[in-house]
Design a protein around this ligand. Sequence first.
Ligand SMILES: N[C@@H](CCC(=O)N[C@@H](CS)C(=O)NCC(=O)O)C(=O)O
Length: 218
Amino acid sequence: MGPKTPDITLYFLQASRSIRIAWLLEELGIEYKLHRADRESSGLAPADFKQSSGALLGRAPVLKDGHLTLQESGAITEYLCEQYDRSHRLLPTEPAQRIKVREYIHAAEGTFMVHCLPTLYNRRIDTTMAAKLAPGLEKNVVKDLDWLEAELKAGDGRYLVGDHVTAADTMVAFSVQFIFAMGLAPRNSRWAAIEGWLANVEGENAYRRTVAKTGHHL
Ligand SMILES: N[C@@H](CCC(=O)N[C@@H](CS)C(=O)NCC(=O)O)C(=O)O
């Protein structure tokens, strides 16, 4: 894709995957308009917020860039990197790093969220069947974290890929924050490398600026 002048609005729902995109925009140094909404007491996004984005799925985040309206945090991440990451810092060009970052972009939703959300929903149901399902569901979350822990231990543990923040970190950090915040896995020494990595990336200036700007919390 050729160079383009950004004309970006981010539809940001509080306590959501929206932080992935706000952080990425901050890392890319792109100016953007922030359309922010708090969740309703039901936990859902306000109806007028969903309508205003124009995206039919009604989920956050949504990114608008000129005439383009895009949903899905992974797709938005790939779009922003392809379009605006001119120094290839967030999605490196070196083939092994590039494919690894893409693996994490997809794992953020397709592995971590796909396992932790059913675990969370199942905990909200008070039935014998839910109790039977729980150990199997929880095992998946543990397995995902064990994988991440091993990956971090194989490197220096500060970032998921290479020696600086990439789109791997901006995508996966929310998944892990969510797992811990919802109590879907205990915070103990089994995942010391994950704790170290999270503390490191959450301490990055761009991440801190993003939190200050958006009010992100879980
Ligand atoms: N796979 C989508 C998931 C989007 C999603 O489920 N967003 C949630 C917040 S994390 C949402 O909008 N929930 C509010 C609602 O459904 O009203 C992505 O990665 O963007």
